[in-house]
Design a protein around this ligand. Structure first.
Ligand SMILES: Cc1cc2nc3c(=O)[nH]c(=O)nc-3n(C[C@H](O)[C@H](O)[C@H](O)COP(=O)(O)OP(=O)(O)OC[C@H]3O[C@@H](n4cnc5c(N)ncnc54)[C@H](O)[C@@H]3O)c2cc1C
Ligand code: FES
Ligand code: FES
Length: 468
């Protein structure tokens, strides 16, 4: 079945030898004997430090930073991407990004510097100042320089405009050294492969699965990758509903959400999901597939009453309510031969308040201790609808039905929200772990409900700690 992995690397087409293992990490290949591009570093091997950042050059001219320690080599087929060795100034000397980093004294031991340079090169709005730079840098750690000179370097960057369009994704099938990697070209082909290989790894962005290779050193036998299936890459609007393909990256989703005021709070939450590198690869379908109780994308789906489409070759499509999708700790309704194809999201109804919250130890690039999403509709001073969803408070993401019952039909008063906060103890059973004790989680979740009251009753108050 095997073809060769092909991509455009640093502007030059590359066709890899047929014996190249497709399920190794991109980082392993880049630093190995075939490429010898050792400017891309391995720091943490788990997507946190950004030393391995390379930049995908998109078909629309955009630039997407990704973690080479998480991306698998087969995922790069058909794409164009650049490593730090591929940046040059017009005179053949250092690229302007490298020049400003040196001039701002923004490097000491230099280990993090290639990754930071790549994040800076991918930063689309250099002219937007430090807010934008903070977001661009959230996926890069530096242990010695301190961030002030690095931010100075970012501030000195000049926007180098929109790049020329580059290669896009394409399908293919590769195998070597007992490893098979499939990039099917259609949903029908993917479903047939899933039916034939129910034990194969189903790979969307790989920001969860990639850790099994880079951190846990597992060697997958067969991988079915979703990224070249056009049906899974669509975002469609149908009136007040949004249909999101399961393989749409957070980065793309964020651009859709940013253009719609009704989803402003969800967009702000997505900006805190991982880093730009993680959002460049990770997907909502993968968040559902992992089904972690602290998946940030999941409480908003519960609060908005999302529906999830599942498909198999044998039984076709079924659409289930997000409410019933999670059946236990990291367990879902998904059968072995099924895949998640899309998520149907209704826009918050006009006049409703839709809020997403995340409590974590760090503002950026951190996993939630508690997350929440609330939809509240008030009519004539009474709460006509309340959907309160929490993450990190039970074995699955959950609706707080007792707390909802306290609010629904009642007047919009602080006492009602206080009663809902008390009732929360009947809805959740938080654990204690290193992110927070059970008491901390319950107090934090109650605090979010109290803040919800103030958001609903006094929309004129600014309750944000960090500017959105
Ligand atoms: C550094 C770092 C930071 C992170 N920060 C956050 C964070 O802030 N918040 C958060 O929620 N998560 C975070 N994550 C976790 C991860 O990014 C998310 O869970 C993401 O949504 C996974 O999506 P993916 O496309 O990369 O999934 P993958 O890794 O490709 O897959 C994950 C699982 O879902 C299954 N799957 C994927 N797509 C489908 C499908 N269409 N149908 C059926 N099953 C499917 C896969 O088989 C696999 O079991 C972080 C991860 C890292 C490494
Ligand atoms: S090596 Fe640290 S993010 Fe990849
Ligand atoms: S300069 Fe040493 S880690 Fe950043």
């Amino acid at each position: 079945m095997s073809g060769c992995i092909e991509f455009v690397l640093n502007g030059a087409p590359r066709r890899l030898s047929p014996g190249t293992r497709p399920g190794q990490t991109l980082l392993e290949w880049l630093r190995g004997p075939e490429a010898r591009l050792t400017g891309t570093k391995e720091g943490c091997a788990e997507g946190d430090c950004g030393a391995c950042t390379v930049v995908v050059e998109e078909p629309d001219g955009g630039r997407t930073p990704v973690n080479a320690c998480l991306a698998l080599l087969g995922q790069m087929h058909g794409r164009a991407f650049r490593t730090v060795e591929g940046l040059r100034g017009e005179d053949g000397g250092p690229h302007p990004v490298q020049r400003v980093m040196a001039e701002a004294d923004a490097t000491q031991c230099g280990f993090c510097t290639p990754g930071i340079v790549m994040s800076a090169w991918a930063h689309p709005r250099a002219s937007e100042g430090q807010g934008g730079a903070h977001e661009a840098l959230a996926g890069n750690l530096c242990r010695c320089t301190g961030y002030r000179p690095i931010l100075d370097a970012f501030a000195a960057l000049e926007d180098d405009g929109v790049a020329a369009p580059q290669a896009g994704l394409s399908s293919g099938h590769f195998s070597a050294e007992g490893q098979a990697f499939h990039l099917p070209a259609s949903l029908a082909e993917l479903l047939d492969l899933r039916a034939a290989f129910p034990d194969a790894w189903l790979l969307a962005g790989g920001t969860d699965l990639g850790l099994r290779v880079s951190e846990h050193r597992e060697v997958p036998g067969r991988i079915l990758c979703l990224s070249a299936v056009p049906e899974l890459a669509r975002v469609e609007r149908n009136g007040e509903a949004l249909s999101i393909g399961a393989a749409v990256t957070y980065g793309r989703l964020l651009r859709v959400m940013e253009g719609d005021a009704a989803f402003a709070s969800l967009a702000a939450l997505l900006r805190r999901l991982g880093s730009r590198q993680i959002r460049g690869m990770g997907t909502l379908g993968g968040n559902l597939g992992t089904a972690s109780p602290i998946g940030d994308g999941l409480p908003p789906l519960l609060a908005l009453g999302a529906r999830i489409a599942l498909a198999s070759a044998a039984r076709g499509e079924r659409v289930v309510e997000a409410d019933s999708f999670f059946t236990g700790y990291r367990k879902t309704l998904l059968q072995a031969d099924e895949i998640i194809t899309r998520i149907e999201l209704r826009r918050p109804p006009p006049g409703s308040l839709f809020v997403c919250e995340k409590l974590s130890k760090r503002h950026d690039q951190d996993i939630s201790t508690v997350s929440a999403a609330f939809l509240v509709r008030v009519a004539e001073g009474r709460v006509a609808e309340a959907r309160l969803a929490f993450g990190g408070m039970a074995a699955t993401p959950v609706r707080a039905r007792h707390a909802e019952a306290c609010l629904t039909g009642g007047e919009l008063t602080e006492a009602m929200f206080e009663a809902a906060a008390r009732a929360l103890a009947d809805d959740v059973a938080p654990l204690s772990d290193w992110r927070g004790s059970a008491d901390y989680r319950l107090s934090g979740a109650r605090g979010l409900l109290r803040r919800l009251y103030w958001r609903a009753a006094r929309p004129d108050l600014s309750l944000e700690v960090h500017a959105p």
